[in-house]
Write a protein that binds this ligand. Sequence first.
Ligand SMILES: Cc1cc2nc3c(=O)[nH]c(=O)nc-3n(C[C@H](O)[C@H](O)[C@H](O)COP(=O)(O)OP(=O)(O)OC[C@H]3O[C@@H](n4cnc5c(N)ncnc54)[C@H](O)[C@@H]3O)c2cc1C
Ligand code: SF4
Length: 326
Amino acid sequence: MKMPPFKLYTPISLDEALEIAKKLQLNDEEFDWVAGGTDLLPNYKWHLNTKKSVISLAKITELTELSNTHIGAMVRLQDLAESEVTHPVLAKSANSIASIMIRRSGTVGGNICLDTRCYWFNQTEDWRESIEWCHKCDCGTGADCRVIPNQNTLCVATYQADLAPVLMCMEAKVHLISTSGKREMLLNDFFELDGMTRNKLQPGELLTHISIPEEISEWAGDYQKLRQRESWDFPEAGVAVLWKKEENVLKKLRVATTGLESIPGYHEDLSSQLVEDWNGKESISTLSENIRKAVKPVQNTWYTPSYRRKMVKVLTKRACKGLLGE
Ligand SMILES: Cc1cc2nc3c(=O)[nH]c(=O)nc-3n(C[C@H](O)[C@H](O)[C@H](O)COP(=O)(O)OP(=O)(O)OC[C@H]3O[C@@H](n4cnc5c(N)ncnc54)[C@H](O)[C@@H]3O)c2cc1C
Ligand code: SF4
């Protein structure tokens, strides 16, 4: 498939990148940021919502810092997975993303800001034309959503990235910058329940880094993922569970999910309410069942929604095994 032509900008500093973005915006020219390009460029080849201009973040070294509390947006996924400063659960989720080739190019910022996916959308242009398009890339036709028809206000494409649920359990913050200034927010507040808007980034704004509370090093946990092929597939469901124990007594518990809706889910109420009355295996069964009920997948990825919901229960139980010392 032929990549449509676009003008590529390669700034070497954040200031230069923001200056380019501002100029393009003043001229009413739409653009995309590109990091590793492992998602954006395949989408461009399939002519999915392409832009005439693309600003690469690849040469901005300010964005590559990595420590236990700071992850730059341009840190490569393989570096995150292999680093000794990375929390083991985050390293596990990073290591489960795609394949090693993709992880060597793909970045943390690109993973957090990943476009949502849907099998009516992630297809070639000819294929999409044959079904007369869909709302997310309607080519000016006003085509309907194929998953939830007769509404055309909401896209329910699925968020299928692996890092977010673990970082949500860590209560990580995202740090954003634009020519209007800097702002930060909990990753839990970053996502927007719409497969097209996806997140709170404003036009011309980018993610610079993620910060993680220092005390997270005292937490344990696990990340479990369902996918079609272990070698490289996107999560059909993913469950992160993090907990903190003091003198072997459970003090805090957090659960987050991915691959099931247009945004990752943070199930704070379901997990915190169990901590006080913790009763080992029984509590884990209750939690797993409650998470199954809480998620609402739709029919737009490989596996059926009912199978993905059933598997969420299994994945939650598996991710909680360490709580029982297993
Ligand atoms: C075969 C295959 C399998 C895959 N499997 C998985 C998987 O198992 N799990 C998974 O999580 N992902 C998977 N991916 C998706 C993808 O490779 C990764 O999520 C990767 O982390 C994306 O990072 P990138 O730097 O390449 O992003 P890019 O493709 O460069 O960008 C992705 C999106 O993020 C935006 N963006 C990038 N950086 C920033 C920033 N700093 N600020 C604001 N916006 C930004 C871009 O504009 C674009 O919209 C897979 C991809 C492929 C091709
Ligand atoms: S959820 Fe609907 S609008 Fe969104 S990509 Fe799928 S078919 Fe298109």
